[in-house]
Write a protein that binds this ligand. Structure first.
Ligand code: TXA
Ligand code: MG
Length: 336
């Protein structure tokens, strides 16, 4: 049984007893999903190899994919990395706590299970009162991938977590919907020039303003060791068959779906055609990239829940403030 622990009382203040129960489970090596500003994480004590191994079982995720280690702040991050560079200090000063993961040379306390045997470790300080309180009470760094079955859409609510992991984890700490809605930016600082491995909550432009030149790791790595599993072509994907279309080609793409299709769609501004009985879910997320990011995964979860067999996604501009959310939309439509 997976318990739901309400992290806030009815008056909106944090419930220390619920958060302490979650922290105590984690210290015992159990699995607890918890809210962050990006998506819900599936937490385990990063210093207990057996607990971390259970994360992979619960997710159905292949071993060897590195997990992000969550800490309260830079002081604790220094303790999990072998060295703390000037770039790390500058980026942490600018963006922590926040949706930015720094990949650094791995400290000796971090077991192979966390890093997939890599000699680097990804570390981040979440900007979320409940996550911060949980980390403080647990007193250990928490390894946490997104709290979903492998390859499925990431969770931005406790209900999303339960719909995919109920029975596989000990508890979910319910803190309401995530405010950013897509995963953190991952930047590799173990190379001479910082390298963007995954676009996310902090934009490339924001990073470059602080770190100077930032290389962009491009291309999809399908074979061999992956620079980052978030780079897999198909990730963050709904259940139905996905069609990606430019804004002006959406209507034509819709008209090509079969007569018996159950259609879900995620678009910026297009209204659903009034008399198309095949449409089961039409998600119009608007023209603001941050609002779009906040709603995207909920929209995909609703489309899954509606049993869509065909999913139409509007292709987004792949730069500036749209880069990260365009990346997630693109990967949702990648080859299976
Ligand atoms: O926003 C987030 O980052 C969420 C919340 C829970 O913090 N977590 C998350 O974890 O998205 P996950 O496991 O779904 O994605 C972790 C990403 C992957 O792309 C992984 O490859 C990369 O971080 N990563 C972690 N450690 C790494 C390392 N040592 N080297 C390269 N990439 C690493
Ligand atoms: Mg994930």
């Amino acid at each position: 049984m997976t318990q739901r622990l309400l992290a806030r009382k009815a008056d909106g203040t944090l419930d220390p007893d619920a958060i302490e129960r979650a922290a105590s489970l984690l210290r015992k090596g159990r699995l607890v999903a918890f809210p962050t500003e990006t998506v819900y994480g599936l937490g385990a004590d990063a210093l207990q190899p057996a607990a971390v191994a259970r994360v992979f079982e619960a997710k159905g995720r292949p071993r060897g994919h590195p997990l992000i280690v969550h800490v309260p702040g830079a002081a604790e991050a220094r303790a999990v990395a072998a060295c703390w560079t000037e770039a790390a200090q500058q980026l942490a000063d600018a963006f922590w706590p926040g949706p930015l993961t720094l990949v650094l040379p791995r400290g000796e306390r971090i077991p192979d299970e966390v890093t997939g045997g890599l000699d680097t470790v990804g570390v981040r300080a979440p900007d979320h009162a409940i996550a911060q309180e949980l980390l403080r009470r647990a007193g250990v760094p928490l390894a946490a991938p997104s709290a979903n079955r492998f390859g499925a859409v990431s969770p931005t609510t406790a209900d999303h977590v339960l719909s995919s992991l109920a029975g596989h984890i000990d508890a979910v700490l319910d803190g309401g919907p995530a405010s950013v809605g897509i995963e953190s930016t991952v930047v590799d600082l173990s190379t001479p020039t910082p390298r963007l491995l995954r676009p996310g909550g902090i934009s490339l432009e924001e990073l470059a303003a602080v770190a100077g030149r930032v290389e962009v790791a491009t291309g999809v790595i399908e074979e061999g060791p992956r620079a980052s599993p978030g780079m897999a072509a198909r990730h963050y994907a709904p259940q139905g068959a996905v069609t990606l279309a430019e804004p002006e080609a959406l209507s034509a793409a819709l008209s090509r779906f079969p007569a018996n299709a159950r259609v879900g769609a995620v678009v910026r501004t297009l209204l659903p055609p009034p008399a198309d009985a095949r449409i089961v879910q039409w998600e119009r997320l608007g023209d603001d990239p941050r609002a779009f990011a906040r709603s995207l995964y909920s929209a995909l979860h609703r489309i899954d829940a509606a049993g869509a067999t065909h999913v139409l996604l509007e292709r987004l501009p792949a730069d500036g403030a749209w880069r990260a959310v365009a990346d997630r939309v693109q990967r949702a439509g990648g080859p299976r």
